[in-house]
Each structure stands twice: as structure tokens, then as C-alpha cells.
Design a protein around this ligand. Structure first.
Ligand SMILES: [Zn+2]
Length: 305
């Protein structure tokens, strides 16, 4: 269109240059012819432009064409919701052996301690929860799937009391350390335990602690399941107390737990299931007092690092 206009104008301008009445009549005729041609050209060009706009998918005129293009998005989301809407954050890189670092109100880093309880839920779990509740301390519970399905109400209380839940396999079978985990078996154990935890609490666990602390063969499985692998930095060996429940053994557990007082962010391994946990329940208030007296903050392992 822009290329057509100037020639028309140029001929008009040049026809007016020499003035005279007789020439003016002849030139008006010519002007009329040019004007008619210009009108025809303008109509043709405007039709072409309208067609171009309709065919251009970027213009608002093409709105109906964008509707079918948008349909693949929801289909894709339905096909693989785990990739786009997984509730767990990206798993920690490597094995976690330290509690998350947090800052106090002034922005200074605090020493933190994570109490962790394995092999439950069991008969001692309500007693452990009572001690934690009285002290106002959060902890992390790594539950065994077989016990979880038998005690779903315990899982609900763990969550209601403000603690974190992790997966500790379905059967608690421990492989030989040299051989490590059979990946297919471990994947099945994790899936089954997740189902039990989700059925009881509606929450997806994001943490895994391998029974026996065996890491070999578990890394790729936990990465695929988007789980952070959690071990510990202090082993109280309270699991060895199955036939001893008195103060003598409770004091031993407390002493071992106190080894973490030399660390900035210890993770303490305790047990609320798998045997007689009377000594653990006795030792727990003392362990909490020891760390509190040294200014540690109690954290769960679900907290961001
Ligand atoms: Zn265990």
C-alpha cells in the first residue's frame, strides 16, 4: 500500500506545476482517472491486509486457534503429576547426618539438635510423645510400614503433635552391608510404606532412613522417589536395651546422647519401637535438659536446610 500512494501523489503534484485554464480541465480528467484507480487499489490492498491479519496466529483475531493449542498442558499434567506437583522439595544431595541450621531472631546462627526415633510406632510411642509434648520439643519419627498399618492413629498423633514423619522401610529387613540393597525390593518396600503413611495421615513422606544405616544400593532408589536419605551423627545404642529398662541403662543412653554436645548440629538416633523402650523413655527428659541447657534449638529434619 505504501508503495502505491507516492506515485499517485507525485503525478498530482507534477500536473499542477504549470498553471493554465485549458490545461487544468484536461488534467482534472486525468486526476479523476488516477483517483478511481487509487480507490480500486485501496480496496484490493485492504482486503489483502484483512486476510493477512486473520491468518496470523499472533494477532487477537486468531483467538479461536489458541484454544486447541492450550489443551495438551492439562493432559500432560494428568499423565505425570509426580513430576510437576510432587509435594516434597528436591532431595538433599548425599546422605544427611546433620540437623538443619537455623538462625535466631537476631539473624545469628543457632546450634540445633534433631531427635530421631526409629522402628515404631510401638507400645512406647505414646510415652515418647508425652515426654516431647511436656517439653514442647519437636522430633522426627522414622516408621516401619508393617507397624504403621497396625497403628495409623499413632501416625496421626505424631503429625498432630507437630513432629515429622519419615520412611524406615516396610519390613525392616537389613541386607548384608557388603551386598547392599536389592533395588527392586527396596523400591517395593518404600512404595508400600508410603501408601501406609499417606492412608493414615494424607501426607507424603519426604525422608528415608535405611534400616541398619545401610546406604549401598539405596541412593538411586531414594533419588528416584524424591526422598532425602537421613542417617545420624550420634548413636545412643538404646536398641541394645531390649532386656534392660532401668536407670542404669537410661544413664548410659543419656551419656551417649551427650556426645553430640560437641557438635553444632547433631542428629541423635533413638528408638520408640522394636523392643522394650523403657530406658529410652526414662532417658529422654534428661537428654532434652542437657541440650536445652547448652542453648540448642530442637528441630525436625523436614525443616529447610
Ligand atoms: Zn531401624
Amino acid at each position: 500500500m505504501a508503495a502505491t500512494l507516492p506515485p499517485g501523489r507525485t503525478s498530482q503534484t507534477s500536473s499542477r506545476a504549470p498553471a493554465g485554464h485549458a490545461q487544468l480541465h484536461v488534467r482534472w480528467d486525468r486526476v479523476c482517472v488516477f483517483f478511481a484507480l487509487f480507490v480500486v487499489l485501496a480496496i484490493v490492498m485492504s482486503h489483502t491486509a484483512v486476510r493477512a491479519i486473520r491468518d496470523d496466529p499472533q494477532t487477537p483475531a486468531a483467538t479461536p486457534a489458541t484454544t486447541p493449542a492450550a489443551t495438551p498442558a492439562p493432559i500432560q499434567a494428568v499423565e505425570d503429576p509426580a513430576k510437576t506437583q510432587h509435594p516434597c522439595p528436591a532431595p538433599a544431595k548425599g546422605v544427611v547426618r546433620n540437623a538443619p541450621a537455623v538462625r535466631d531472631r537476631a539473624g545469628a546462627p543457632s546450634r540445633t539438635v534433631a531427635l530421631t526415633f526409629d522402628d515404631g510406632p510401638g507400645p512406647a510411642t505414646p510415652q515418647v510423645l508425652d515426654v516431647l509434648q511436656r517439653a514442647g520439643v519437636p522430633a522426627t519419627f522414622f516408621v516401619v510400614g508393617e507397624s504403621a498399618v497396625a497403628n495409623p492413629e499413632m501416625l496421626r498423633r505424631i503429625i498432630a503433635d507437630g513432629h515429622a514423619l519419615g520412611d524406615h522401610s516396610w519390613s525392616h529387613d537389613i541386607p548384608r552391608a557388603a551386598a547392599g540393597w536389592n533395588r527392586k525390593k527396596l523400591t517395593g518396600e518404600i512404595k508400600r510404606t508410603h501408601r501406609a503413611i499417606i492412608d493414615a495421615t494424607g501426607l507424603q513422606p519426604c525422608l528415608f532412613r535405611p534400616p541398619g544405616g545401610i546406604v549401598k544400593g539405596a541412593e538411586s532408589v531414594t533419588r528416584a522417589a524424591r526422598l532425602s536419605m537421613i542417617l545420624w551423627s550420634v548413636d545412643t545404642r538404646d536398641w541394645a536395651a531390649s532386656s534392660e529398662g532401668g536407670w542404669r541403662f537410661a544413664n548410659l543412653i543419656r551419656k551417649r546422647a551427650a556426645l553430640g554436645l560437641t557438635q553444632e548440629h547433631p542428629v541423635i538416633l533413638l528408638h520408640d519401637g522394636g523392643g522394650n523402650r523403657a530406658a529410652t523413655v526414662l532417658a529422654l527428659p534428661e537428654i532434652i535438659n542437657d541440650y536445652r541447657a547448652q542453648g540448642y534449638r530442637f528441630v525436625t529434619l523436614n525443616q529447610p536446610t
